[in-house]
Design a protein around this ligand. Structure first.
Ligand SMILES: Cc1cc2nc3c(=O)[nH]c(=O)nc-3n(C[C@H](O)[C@H](O)[C@H](O)COP(=O)(O)OP(=O)(O)OC[C@H]3O[C@@H](n4cnc5c(N)ncnc54)[C@H](O)[C@@H]3O)c2cc1C
Length: 278
């Protein structure tokens, strides 16, 4: 199968590794333009018409999600997004925020469009892609200076121990339950994305594909299910401890130690035991 890999700086290595597994005949390009959805759609459309690939592969980035569905529609196709495994003709993609995995089969002639999730393929070697300068087109959009994140107040990457809280905590008023564990251990407090999205903890405490990537000595995940977007941010931890009331929660697949139980009972008991040792 002929594969066209569209490479951004983010996830470049992962996209190339995946593309090589999808087909032996891979051409990799980066788009040599400031990003706008209009400009990228036109540029990649031009590339596809030039290279005539059967499969187009992207990283599942914010940028891809912005323009690739429109691009796919131009070829009468859909974007198979959030792909975490598989190869042509069957890809595995996440649905309902990672609650279910679906097998999706390619049917008919290409080009087909696939975007791979961060962390699903491991980057190998140094990524190389040709910069593509498209023919000039009229665009309705004008690129502004790229958004720069504000400096982070909290550097979780330097922490030896992290206690991370997820939606199992149920409401903001309960955050002190896990905060007490972090304090008792001298740990940094972190969170899954829904906790930061809800404003229960600041954004710079988020761990995962759209947050910080951490590799502490100990990572304690409290009431966190273990969605792939969270796992990619913490799977470098030396020791992972998971506290979750669901014995089938995916977090237990990466945990070295697991406690199946209600965090509102387990965490205060742990805090009490830790305090006794001081
Ligand atoms: C593009 C994209 C980027 C994303 N980026 C990130 C990211 O950077 N970081 C991130 O974390 N997520 C990210 N997500 C979201 C991710 O897919 C998950 O939705 C999220 O990680 C789930 O958070 P959670 O585990 O806290 O919540 P849930 O999945 O709702 O899990 C809550 C867990 O708590 C357990 N629980 C409930 N009550 C109790 C109790 N009393 N005691 C013990 N356990 C209990 C449940 O069994 C469950 O396993 C992203 C999603 C997308 C689409």
């Amino acid at each position: 199968m002929s594969v066209l890999a569209i490479v951004e700086q983010r996830m470049a290595g992962e996209v190339l590794t995946a593309a090589k597994q999808f087909g032996p005949d891979v051409k990799a390009y980066s788009i040599d333009l400031p990003y706008t959805a209009d400009a990228y759609t036109a540029a990649v459309e031009e590339l596809i018409r030039k290279e005539n690939p059967q499969l187009v592969v992207f990283g599942h980035t914010y940028q891809t999600r912005d323009y690739a569905p429109k691009l796919a529609a131009r070829f009468g196709r859909v974007l198979i997004g959030d792909v975490i495994a598989g190869k042509p003709p069957v890809f595995v993609r996440q649905m309902f925020q990672g609650k279910f995995n679906a097998d999706v089969r390619l049917v008919g002639d290409g080009p087909h469009f696939v975007s791979i999730q961060a962390g699903a393929w491991r980057a190998e070697g140094s990524p190389q892609a040709e910069a593509f300068s498209p023919s000039p087109t009229t665009s309705r959009q004008v690129a502004e200076a790229p958004f720069r994140e504000a400096a982070r107040a909290v550097d979780l990457t330097a922490a030896d121990i992290i206690v991370s809280v997820g939606r199992g905590i149920k409401e903001k008023e309960n955050i002190p339950v896990v905060e007490a564990l972090a304090q008792a251990l001298g740990a940094e407090l972190a969170a899954s994305r829904p906790i930061c999205d809800a404003g229960w903890l600041p954004m710079d405490r988020q761990v995962g594909s759209s947050g910080q990537t951490v590799s502490p000595k100990v990572y304690i995940a409290v009431g966190i299910s273990g969605a792939i977007q969270h796992l990619v941010g913490m799977k470098g931890a030396k020791t992972v401890v998971a506290i979750n009331k669901d014995p089938d929660a995916p977090i237990f697949e990466v945990a070295h130690y697991g406690i199946v139980g209600d965090l509102f009972e387990v965490v205060p008991a742990l805090v009490e035991e830790i305090r006794k040792t001081k």
